[in-house]
Design a protein around this ligand. Structure first.
Ligand SMILES: Nc1nc2c(c(=O)[nH]1)N=C([C@H](O)[C@@H](O)CO)CN2
Length: 123
């Protein structure tokens, strides 16, 4: 399975269960793995056969600006469904962490997988 990954993607958004978190934007760190539905991009060298990762970053930035969730779980779910539905990826893994929000903990967050991994060997 071919995968596009984005690591250590940091962005600000309003997120959290407490009233102050509705007013003060926090930095979150995203790590994404996005499966490709076809394996042709390496052969054709054409962006038409790939998922354009720049468009994914643009789309996630819009989500972070416009939508405000209480839970990291809800943001991760929204991002996962957006990538599957709009970019036609068969499988995604979305990790989202808050940085330094809990004393003594460097990062805390969630990691979800959605969709189906396509393994050539088991086809
Ligand atoms: N499972 C979760 N637990 C908590 C979350 C969350 O998003 N998922 N969020 C908070 C607060 O917003 C926290 O980030 C501030 O201390 C607490 N627990």
């Amino acid at each position: 399975m071919d995968i596009i990954f984005l690591r250590d993607y940091k962005a600000k958004t309003l997120i959290g269960i407490y009233p102050w978190e509705r007013k003060v934007a926090q930095t979150i760190q995203l790590d994404l793995e996005i499966a490709l539905s076809n394996h042709n991009a390496g052969k054709t060298d054409s962006i038409e056969d790939a998922i354009d990762y720049a468009l994914i970053v643009q789309r996630i930035n819009t989500i972070l600006e416009k939508k405000h969730f209480s839970l990291l779980e809800a943001l991760a779910e929204h991002i996962a469904q957006t990538i599957i539905n709009e970019f036609k990826s068969p499988w995604v893994k979305v990790s989202i962490a808050k940085l330094g929000i809990i004393r003594g903990v460097k990062k805390v967050g969630v990691c979800i997988e959605r969709g189906t991994r396509v393994n050539e060997k088991t086809k």
